[in-house]
Design a protein around this ligand. Structure first.
Ligand code: NDP
Length: 297
């Protein structure tokens, strides 16, 4: 029987377990807080930000909502980030991407104080991750690592294949899997759009992480019997539904399920974990900034 890895359930258990750390912070008079900064009127970005704020409220993290007119000068965004960097009541800062074209996303990532960079995208935090001394693991790959662990799958010595090499998913995912650390020690291959004979690579994988953003590009024929398949992809495809679309992953679920030992669905797999790990990083940030040694799940 193929195990369907329930991301909603694992995310809920992480949120529940974060209560211990939040209590430890409260005992020291610390209220963890996350500032979300939105410089966009894209409805999807607005939805993402409001979901993150709701998540914060649910676990007892204060959410601070900063909105910048998307037509404003970039300096307005940098000034807002500077203020948040200097505000000791703010533990985590998340700038919702994408920012408008006239703002450099690279500069924005550099502007956030690395100690408050709960996305883990500041170059200092990227460097620490690569060096095996992560401060904040980026939320999506960290969530994938937790899902693999929750499924009882051993990464040590496994052949892992990551499809995708973006800075936010593929690269940090590969870095986590290859680390000499729990949840790592996998022999890790990274594939991308220039990879020759992708199927030959994916069929070697004991653990396959698909993060290409191409709807259902990985089918059962590309999967090793019994593999653990983690589908990061979230793709909108036209469908005869009320909304006119449906969400599918990078993996063709029905055929992949026939081969996999364990597999995540879309939706309900990696997505909820990304959100839970943002809360995790925010609580960790509060502990680091206030010198409270919190027990994290
Ligand atoms: P990017 O577009 O930044 O990166 C996609 C990567 O996949 C690139 O490295 C690209 O290669 C590679 N790729 C594209 N097509 C192919 C192909 N045919 N064969 C092999 N490799 C290919 O995407 P992201 O990393 O930001 O996101 C990936 C997916 O994950 C998207 O569907 C996104 O919506 C989803 N996502 C989901 C999250 C969640 O919480 N579940 C969070 C973040 C993202 P190259 O570098 O050569 O161009």
């Amino acid at each position: 029987m193929t195990e369907i890895i329930d991301g909603n359930a694992v995310a809920q258990s992480i949120r529940d377990d974060l209560a211990t750390a939040i209590d430890q912070l409260a005992e020291e008079g610390v209220q963890p807080s996350l500032a979300t900064v939105l410089m966009s009127d894209d409805p999807a970005s607005e939805t993402y930000v409001s979901m993150k704020q709701d998540d914060c409220a649910e676990v007892g993290i204060e959410a601070i909502d900063i909105e910048i007119d998307p037509d404003a000068d970039a300096s307005e965004l940098y000034d807002a980030i500077d203020d948040l960097n200097g505000d000791e009541n703010v533990n985590g800062i998340l700038v919702q991407m994408p920012v408008p074209d006239h703002v450099s996303d690279r500069e924005v990532l550099r502007a956030v104080d690395p100690v408050k960079d709960v996305d883990g995208f500041h170059p200092e935090n990227v460097g620490r991750l690569v060096a095996g001394n992560a401060r904040y693991k980026p939320c999506t790959p960290h969530g994938v690592q937790k899902l693999i662990e929750a499924a009882g799958v051993e990464t040590e010595g496994a052949d892992a294949v990551v499809v995708g090499r973006s800075d936010i998913v593929g690269k940090p995912m590969a870095n986590l899997l290859v680390q000499k650390a729990p949840g790592g020690n996998a022999t890790t291959t990274v594939c991308h759009s220039r990879t020759k004979d992708l199927a030959a690579k994916t069929r070697q994988a004991d653990i396959l992480v698909a993060a290409a953003g191409v709807p259902e590009m990985i089918d059962g024929g590309m999967i090793k019997e019994g593999a653990t398949v983690i589908d990061v992809g979230i793709n909108r495809v036209d469908a005869d539904t009320e909304k006119g679309y449906e969400l599918v992953g990078d993996v063709e679920f029905d055929s992949a399920k026939e081969k996999a030992g364990a597999i995540t669905p879309v939706p309900g797999g990696v997505g909820p974990m990304t959100r839970a790990m943002l809360l995790y990083n925010t609580v960790k940030a509060a502990g680091l900034q206030h010198g409270v040694d919190v027990d994290l799940p």
